[in-house]
Design a protein around this ligand. Structure first.
Ligand code: SF4
Length: 360
């Protein structure tokens, strides 16, 4: 048996693959790799459903002292500085609620004057008005920033945010490789701190997700190293509800001269993630950055969730990207891929197995 045949056998029997084996998968033919990933998807998610959620990202400020090279959103890059007043945030949530939305992602920059009180105040006011809205908000870097600005421990920051009403925290991970982080986001947390923040969230019983923003000059081995960090943290904590890879958009950033990652890169990363991350149930198709058509193909190569039908998003839009999509398009696209669309909540529980009824 050749090494490739042995690996194929291991994948099809549900065995855990090593980082070296994951690296070798990138040289497989795309269709063969996609088939293997889809088979692994069936092992963890045997039904043919693909979930999505009605949510809204509210980028409440772009004032950010990190000024990462790969970001077009912060006020030193493409956009003018802004801070949304609370009434404007409320009216955005009201719009979402009127459409039946269930989740809000509040995301901002690392504002030099925002302390824990700014965040807990915002969360409390939102929860007072919208108790049924789930707040899947902020990021590991924001938590670290709040702790430093307020001279408090990470545990205290998380405990107070949870007490104010924060439900879960997206695990915005960028690239978990310090060589890349030191180059493109010098003022942000390093991999070790990201892991510590995940452990701290887990201690407080909070859930998260893991992302990967690739295409910032990392090697293929470094992409696998990122996946290995995510798998290890998940083994230890079980904190991740989903894994979401997306490509970095160079436009309007300080890395504008870099060539953007390709569609094949994206599909291979989705497929390898599905096979390697054997402890994460949902792999999300990144339609916002990759476009709806590529995301649809990803559903045949290991992805089993479409994320949110968003009503607004500023970070990807700032880099000249950002696809717009409504619920009708989501439903048609998922059905056209031979899958069953289901409307889900923040915990990936099915809210409506026939979401098309909500369109009538
Ligand atoms: S990626 Fe986040 S932390 Fe970095 S500059 Fe943009 S808003 Fe700030």
């Amino acid at each position: 048996m050749t090494p490739k045949e042995r690996l194929r056998k291991k994948i099809f029997s549900g065995g855990r693959i090593s980082p070296g084996e994951a690296d070798s998968l990138f040289s497989w033919d795309l269709i063969e790799l996609g088939e293997a990933a889809d088979m692994r998807r069936r092992l963890v998610h045997p039904v043919n459903t693909v979930g999505f959620i009605l949510d809204r990202i509210i980028n409440f400020t772009n004032i950010c002292e990190a000024a990462c090279d790969f970001c077009a959103f912060h006020s030193g890059a493409a956009l003018k500085p802004y801070e949304l007043p609370l009434p404007e945030i409320f009216s955005k949530i009201e719009e979402l609620r009127a459409r039946g939305g269930t989740q809000v992602m509040l995301q901002g920059g690392l504002h030099p004057r925002h302390t824990l009180a700014t965040y807990t105040g915002m969360v409390r006011e939102i929860k007072k008005r919208f108790p049924s809205i789930r707040l899947h908000s902020f990021s590991p870097s924001e938590l670290d920033h709040i702790a430093k600005k307020s001279s408090l421990s990470l545990d205290r920051v998380i405990a107070e945010l949870k007490d104010a009403g924060l439900d879960s925290v997206p695990g915005a991970a960028d690239m978990l490789v310090d060589r890349i982080r030191a180059k493109v986001s010098r003022k942000k947390i390093r991999t070790k701190q990201w892991i510590e923040i995940m452990r701290a969230l887990h201690r407080h019983g909070m859930k998260s997700s893991a992302t990967m923003t690739y295409g910032m000059g990392e090697t293929q081995k470094e992409r696998v190293a990122h996946l290995a960090v995510v798998r290890k943290v998940q083994d230890e904590t079980g904190i991740f509800r989903a894994f979401i890879p997306w490509s970095f958009s160079p436009k309007r950033t300080r890395l504008e001269s870099m060539a953007p990652a390709t569609g094949i890169d994206y599909l291979k990363i989705v497929a390898v993630s599905r096979i390697f991350l054997d402890n994460i149930r949902y792999i999300q198709a990144g339609w916002l950055t990759e476009g709806l058509k590529l995301a649809q193909i990803a559903l045949a190569m290991g992805a089993n969730d479409m994320g949110g039908v968003l009503t607004e998003e500023k970070v990807v839009e700032a880099a000249g990207g950002g696809t717009k999509a409504g619920m009708r398009e989501f439903i048609d696209l998922i059905k056209n891929a031979g899958k069953i669309p289901v409307l889900r909540d923040s915990d990936y529980k099915v809210l409506d197995s026939r979401p098309a009824r909500r369109l009538k």
